[in-house]
Design a protein around this ligand. Structure first.
Ligand code: NAD
Length: 432
């Protein structure tokens, strides 16, 4: 099928490359000229393992193109996927500006049989609202709008797309559902399950899933606090509860609070739509508040350990390993609090470009141990693999102080203690 994807970000690019790999003809469009130009020079604007290779393969095979001319390409498409951003507004609602602008821009040029598919994360009722918008800009009611929320995780996006736990499609008419089933047939034929329902249910599934995953993280972080208070070890507790098949071990790693481009904004939107419809979500409301507070509390732990005007080394600024994304990362909350307390921040991240644009007055280093030089306190904020094998002896020698905060629980307390570091983990006993 001829498919156009609007948005060449984490979701749009992955979707385009993967749908091309499934055999469809793809044009991925973005309004950002520089981004499209870079893509046409085979430069991938984001760090996502395997994406550069997959995009290169599909471009070479002639199945994937990039363009800024969405109107022309959408006018020839069988389906147009919307994968533009849906950020939070100041009340926690999602801001539909980009989605609405995209629909208004291409609406008049669509063929009557083109299916508009909302892949961006949008609250319940949005597909139906966008149907009204596209009808209004065209002056007819020809275009059907379907929902196909995306569940990929940055860092493993291609595998998540190609071997999804399930594909969720929402359609309010039989033809739309049939078109989406046809698009995904190469995956469902291989056994990937597909869940089909009304658009409103597909939209709710996305938010309810993210809220539940975020609740698991918030819960284990609260358990970690209790472990610290009573001398328990949250890694042992998480292992013990995660082996219960009803619970599962995923999303039970205690840490510095969730961040990224999805959980913070999706939980806020879920809580907000609940409030607006008189169906409050008190668990999620408490989760959001607790998660924000956690980052501030962890910053206080660092400040308390550092001398006045001391130096802190931050290892990891992206919101999780294997991505360069820093949206709502713990580093963006914690580093400014350290700076406000008069501490000097040195940092390392294997993919620091986005963080460098967001953070000010940080001294960046290309090597983690260089960031630790003369530091009073070192803090691990992201679970990058390269930090798991850090030479702790050299770290201890190069630091001025001896406090090591491992907010991802990736190092060995015994090894840290052996080289004289004062190791502080999350929800596990400190080793002096
Ligand atoms: P992103 O910010 O990386 O990319 C969005 C892209 O859309 C940008 O390149 C922007 O220039 C482009 N854009 C904006 N308006 C446009 C228009 N009118 N036409 C064409 N392009 C336009 O965003 P993302 O992380 O890919 O997220 C996209 C959507 O997918 C969001 O709703 C997000 O919540 C959802 N989502 C994201 C993830 C994730 O892990 N990033 C996972 C699942 C769902």
């Amino acid at each position: 099928m001829k498919i156009v994807v609007l948005g060449a970000g984490y979701v749009g690019l992955t979707t385009s490359a993967c749908l091309a790999e499934l055999g469809h003809d793809l044009v991925c469009c973005d309004i950002d000229d520089a981004r499209v130009e870079a893509l046409n020079r085979a430069q991938i604007p984001i760090f996502e393992p395997g994406l550069s290779e997959l995009v290169g393969k599909q471009v070479a095979a002639g199945r994937l193109k990039f363009s800024t001319d969405a109107q022309t390409h959408a006018g020839r498409a069988d389906a147009v996927f919307l994968a533009v951003g849906t950020p939070s507004d100041e009340d926690g609602n999602i801001d539909l500006t980009y989605v609405e602008a995209a629909v208004a821009g291409i609406g008049p040029s669509l063929r009557p049989d083109t299916l508009l598919v909302v892949k961006s994360t949008v609250v319940a009722g949005t597909a139906r609202q966008l149907k009204e918008l596209v009808d209004a800009v065209r002056g007819d009611s020809a275009i059907a709008v379907a929902s196909n929320p995306e569940f990929l995780r940055e860092g493993s996006a291609i595998g998540d797309f190609m071997e999804a736990d399930r594909i969720v499609i929402g359609a309010d008419d039989a033809r739309s559902e049939a078109v989406l089933r046809e698009i995904y047939r190469p995956l469902t034929r291989r056994g990937v399950p597909l869940v089909a329902g009304k658009t409103v249910n597909a939209e709710l599934i996305k938010y309810a899933a993210n809220a539940l995953l975020a609740l698991k993280i918030g819960f284990i972080n609260d358990v970690a606090n209790l472990c610290e208070a009573v001398g328990g070890d949250v890694t042992a507790v998480a292992d013990g509860i995660g082996r219960d098949a009803r619970i599962g071990s995923a999303f039970l790693a205690a840490g510095p609070g969730f961040g990224g481009s999805c959980f913070p904004k999706d939980t806020r939107a879920f809580a907000s739509i609940g409030r607006r419809h008189g169906a409050p979500q008190p668990l999620v409301e408490a989760l959001i508040q607790g998660n924000d507070q956690r980052k501030a509390d962890l910053a206080q732990r660092i400040i308390a350990a550092a001398p006045s005007r001391g130096r802190v080394a931050i290892l990891g600024t992206s919101f999780k390993a294997n991505t360069d994304d820093v949206r709502e990362s713990a580093s963006l909350a914690i580093i400014p609090l350290l700076q406000q307390a008069g501490l000097e921040v040195h940092a390392h991240d294997p993919q620091p470009e986005a963080a460098k644009r967001q953070l000010t007055d940080v001294d960046w280093h290309d090597d983690p141990l260089a960031a630790c030089r003369d530091a009073d306190v070192t803090v691990i904020l992201t679970e990058w693999d390269e930090y798991r094998s850090l030479n702790l002896k050299r770290m201890a020698e190069t630091m001025h102080g001896h406090h090591l905060f491992d907010f991802r629980n990736i190092l060995s307390a015994e090894q840290a203690a052996r080289v004289g570091l004062h190791y502080h983990a999350i929800g596990r006993p400190d080793v002096l």
